[in-house]
Design a binder for this molecule. Structure first.
Ligand code: HPA
Length: 246
């Protein structure tokens, strides 16, 4: 049995039938993770949760200590990470409330610690990142969606932006021209750090809103929250199935 971790998404630990047995504080050489790791069990299967933005959602995307988060999971023996991420939809086919499993990333972030080896770099640390998401783990999410009859889009490029502000309409137009289907603020360097430690990583993206300028409407947090509540119900269905399939 591989050890699975789920990063992200407030409220995800309220899965029916999940018991959290321990809140584990993990120290890392990179500082503290966003939260104690929540060690849980579902139908006899172990799973670890890490709320990326902290237990009270107070850590902004550009302030998340991605290195500490990924290191802490690695230190506990995690081999597979499913990242749950709220995103803005750029592709017209990705309506708010729907889910997608991206297959590519473009990194527009800056000033984030991108590597565990920044201070002790050697030439062999230039890792292959052609396919940033692990295809086997992407397939696990897609298979769970089929079993749970949850509609999900297979593929799409995730644009990782700096945040915490939302984008301008012109920025989204540029991302669209770059071929991006969705935009979020936390996909990088999280995905790459997992690759550096040899952990499988895939993202389940929940469309929270149409990205800036895709429609004429302003983006309202109240609308996002409502859409996310609905989307997260589907994500939970998937997670339960994924944990079961392990
Ligand atoms: N842009 C960036 N990140 C996001 C968005 C968005 O429109 N919605 C949810 N996360």
């Amino acid at each position: 049995m591989t050890t699975l971790a789920i990063i992200g998404g407030t409220g995800l630990t309220s899965l029916d039938g999940l018991t959290i047995s321990e809140h584990k504080f993990v120290e890392t050489p990179y500082g503290e993770p966003s939260s104690p790791l929540l060690l849980g069990e579902y139908e006899g299967k172990k799973v670890i949760f890490l709320p990326r933005h902290g237990p009270e959602h107070t850590i902004a995307p550009h302030k998340v200590n991605y290195r500490a988060n990924i290191w802490a999971l690695y230190a506990l023996g995690v081999e597979e990470i499913i990242a749950v991420a709220a995103v803005g939809a750029i592709d017209q086919n990705l309506a708010p409330g729907t889910l997608a499993v991206p297959d590519q990333i473009i990194d527009y972030t800056y000033g984030r610690e991108q590597s565990f080896y920044s201070d002790e770099f050697t030439a062999d640390r230039h890792l292959d990142f052609t396919y940033p998401y692990t295809s086997g783990l992407r397939n696990v999410i897609l298979a769970a969606a089929i079993r749970q009859k949850v509609t999900i889009t297979d593929g799409g490029t995730y644009a990782a932006t700096q945040g915490p502000r939302l984008e301008t309409a012109a920025e989204i137009k540029r991302l669209e021209q770059d071929g991006c289907a969705m935009v979020g603020m936390t996909g990088m360097p999280e995905a790459y750090l997992a690759r550096e430690l040899g952990m499988a990583y895939a993202t389940c993206a929940v469309m929270a809103n149409w990205a800036a300028g895709i429609t004429d409407n302003e983006i309202q947090m109240a609308d996002i929250e409502q859409v996310l509540n609905e989307g997260m119900t589907q994500v939970k269905q998937l997670l339960v199935e994924i944990i079961r399939l392990q």
